[in-house]
Design a protein around this ligand. Sequence first.
Ligand SMILES: Cc1cc2nc3c(=O)[nH]c(=O)nc-3n(C[C@H](O)[C@H](O)[C@H](O)COP(=O)(O)O)c2cc1C
Length: 211
Amino acid sequence: MSSQQSVQSEVLKVLSDRRSVKQYKSGHKMPKEDLEQLLKSASEAPSSWNLQHWKLLVIEDQAQKEKLLPIAYGQKQIIESSVVIAVLGDLEANKNAQLVFGPAVEGGFMPKELMDNLVAQIEGAYQYPQVARDEAIRNASLAAMQLMIAAKAMGYDTCPMGGYDAAKFVQEFNVPARYVPVMLISVGLAASPARPSGRLSLDQITVSNSF
Ligand SMILES: Cc1cc2nc3c(=O)[nH]c(=O)nc-3n(C[C@H](O)[C@H](O)[C@H](O)COP(=O)(O)O)c2cc1C
């Protein structure tokens, strides 16, 4: 098998092996380098205009996890996993434009006129709160997925969670109005495998060319 084929089959295996694990070896502390790798992999997700509409709130402290437990309706993966990452979407990601494009212009990778055009486009789109919200949730979700896949590749398991009281979470964790909660992700070492989950067939989920 060529090295290209072996990379391909390993990546596909990680994708199909990822499952939502709900029981973890509790008390495991994730090494700092692993946590950083996870966050870095999440940050490498694509995003509209490269605005990187995510903020990752990393909850490792056991007391903070205990505080989160009732907000997540008692889901045990909150306290048993090594770390919970709250993926937030940035409703004001347009404010990242200068941060993202500035260095590219300074480094000579992007003409200044292109940056001005993009900034005008972005500011136009961000007149509409619905666009800002859609973009925040869409792009932060890509970072979330990337994080879960990276975790699986590194020998960890994850569970994405939408089952929590988002308003209470915002209040208790002092989340600024700029950010919208997208999902929580538990990450840790599996204590028992996930329940098997089926999928609809390709026929059921695909449409050829047009409805
Ligand atoms: C946005 C989102 C929210 C979810 N919320 C929860 C949750 O609150 N609790 C839970 O145990 N699983 C949750 N799940 C996991 C799903 O139940 C799971 O992904 C689905 O059943 C498919 O199983 P699999 O991930 O093991 O393939 C969520 C998944 C997603 C993508």
